[in-house]
Design a binder for this molecule. Structure first.
Ligand SMILES: NC(=O)c1ccc[n+]([C@@H]2O[C@H](COP(=O)([O-])OP(=O)(O)OC[C@H]3O[C@@H](n4cnc5c(N)ncnc54)[C@H](OP(=O)(O)O)[C@@H]3O)[C@@H](O)[C@H]2O)c1
Length: 341
C-alpha cells in the first residue's frame, strides 16, 4: 500500500510517499481502508520532532481517519467488514490502510461523507473535552478562544454557540477574522499584534476577565491570559503552537519560546478560585466510554446543525507536504484533510 513516511525529522520536504506492507488486524483490532485522513497540528509537531507521543522515525503520520472496515481481528466483534467509520489512529493515518483498536472506531451516519467524518475524531473531541468535560462551560459565560479560526478553534466556536456562551476570539492575522465571524457573528475578534487580547477580554466582560480560556498557544499568551482569568475561571491548556515557526526548528528554540509559561503563581489560585486544566487527547484515547459518549453527542449536534465541520483545504495523500506547509505557515482556517483513493 502507499503511505506517507517521515524518515527523519525536519521541514515538510521530509514527507515522502512510499510503498509499505499492508497492515493486518491483531486481537481487538480492525483494518480500515482509509478514504480521508485529517491533518492536525500534532502531525506538524511530530514531523518536526516536537511531539513526545510520536514514534521515532521512520513513522507514518496521521492520527485520525475515516473509511471502511476491511477486516476484524480476533475478538473485535462490535464492527464488521463494510462498516463506514471515523477513527482516532495513533499514527499511521497518512496511508491507504491502517490498523486501529476497535474501540477507537465509531460508525458514521449514511449521510456523512468521508471528508467530513475525518474532521471529527481529533479536533471536535478536543473542543468538546475541553469545553464540556473540563471547563463545564455555562450559558452566559465568556470564553476566550485562541487560534479561533483553526480546526479546533472553529469547533470550539460552534460548541460555544450551542452552549449559549459568549466568545472573545483571537486570530493571527486580519484575513482570518471573516472565518470567525461567519461561525460566530457575535464574537469579539482580536487580531494578535494589532490589539491587546487581555484588554479586549476585560472590556467584553465589564472588567471581570474571561470565565474560560481555551488555550492552544501557550508561551507568553498563556501567562498573560492566566493572570486575566475571572474569579472562578477555568484555563484549559491543550497546546503550545507559539513554539512553532515556519520550516525546521530545533527543540531548544521551541523550548525558549515557551519559557514564560514556566512561572505561574499558584497561591493566588486559592483566593481567585481559579482552575488550570491541561490535557492531551492522545493519552485519553483508551477512555473509550467517555470518548464514545462525546462522539455520539457530537453526531447528534451535527444532525441538528450545530456541529458543521468546515473543510477548507482538501488535497490528495501525495500532497501531504503542501498541506503541512500551509498549516505550519498559518495560512489555513478550519479543517485540512488528505483524500485517499
Ligand atoms: N491537547 C490535545 O489533545 C490537542 C488536540 C488537538 C489539537 N491540539 C492543539 O490545538 C491547536 C490547534 O490544532 P489544529 O490541529 O486545529 O490546528 P489549527 O488551529 O488549524 O492550526 C494551528 C493554528 O495555530 C495558530 N498559531 C499560533 N501561533 C502559531 C505558530 N507560531 N505557528 C503556527 N501556528 C500558530 C495559527 O492560527 P493564527 O494564525 O490565527 O494564530 C494556526 O492556524 C494546536 O496547538 C494543537 O497542538 C491539542
Amino acid at each position: 500500500m502507499n503511505a506517507v513516511v517521515v524518515r527523519r525529522h525536519g521541514d515538510e520536504s521530509v514527507l515522502r510517499l512510499e510503498e509499505r506492507p499492508e497492515p493486518s488486524a491483531g486481537p481487538g483490532e480492525v483494518v480500515v481502508r482509509i478514504r480521508a485522513a485529517g491533518v492536525n497540528f500534532a502531525d506538524i509537531l511530530a514531523r518536526l520532532g516536537l511531539y513526545k507521543a510520536a514514534p521515532p522515525p521512520p513513522f507514518i503520520p496521521g492520527i485520525e481517519v475515516s473509511g471502511v472496515v476491511e477486516a476484524c481481528g480476533p475478538g473485535a466483534t462490535s464492527l464488521k467488514p463494510g462498516d463506514r467509520v471515523m477513527s482516532f489512529s495513533p499514527f499511521g493515518g497518512y496511508a491507504e490502510k491502517t490498523v486501529v483498536q476497535e474501540s477507537y472506531a465509531f460508525p458514521i451516519p449514511e449521510d456523512m461523507g468521508f471528508p467530513e467524518a475525518a474532521a471529527l475524531p481529533v479536533q471536535y473531541l478536543t473542543a468538546y473535552h475541553g469545553l464540556f468535560h473540563l471547563a463545564h462551560v455555562r450559558p452566559g459565560e465568556t470564553v476566550l478562544v485562541h487560534a479561533a479560526a483553526g480546526g479546533v478553534g472553529l469547533a470550539i466556536l460552534q460548541l460555544c454557540e450551542e452552549a449559549g456562551a459568549k466568545v472573545v476570539a483571537t486570530v493571527g492575522s486580519a484575513k482570518k477574522v471573516e472565518a470567525v465571524k461567519a461561525e460566530c457573528p457575535s464574537a469579539r475578534v482580536v487580531v494578535m499584534g494589532e490589539e491587546d487580547f487581555v484588554r479586549a477580554a476585560r472590556e467584553a466582560t465589564g472588567g471581570r476577565g474571561p470565565d474560560v480560556i481555551m488555550d492552544s498557544l501557550g508561551g507568553a499568551t498563556f501567562s498573560r491570559g492566566w493572570k486575566s482569568l475571572a474569579p472562578g475561571g477555568r484555563h484549559i491548556l491543550f497546546g503550545a503552537a507559539s513554539a512553532v515557526k515556519p520550516g525546521a526548528i530545533s527543540k531548544m528554540a521551541a523550548g525558549w519560546r515557551l519559557l514564560p509559561m514556566l512561572w505561574i503563581a499558584t497561591l493566588p489560585m486559592i483566593d481567585g478560585n481559579k482552575t488550570l486544566s491541561a490535557f492531551n487527547l492522545y493519552h485519553l484515547a483508551s477512555d473509550a466510554e467517555r470518548l464514545h459518549g462525546a462522539s455520539k453527542h457530537l453526531l447528534e449536534l451535527r444532525a441538528k446543525g450545530s456541529v458543521k465541520p468546515r473543510i477548507t483545504l482538501s488535497l490528495p495523500l501525495e500532497k501531504a507536504a503542501e498541506a503541512h506547509r500551509r498549516v505550519q505557515n498559518r495560512e489555513t482556517t478550519g479543517k485540512v484533510i488528505l483524500t485517499v483513493g
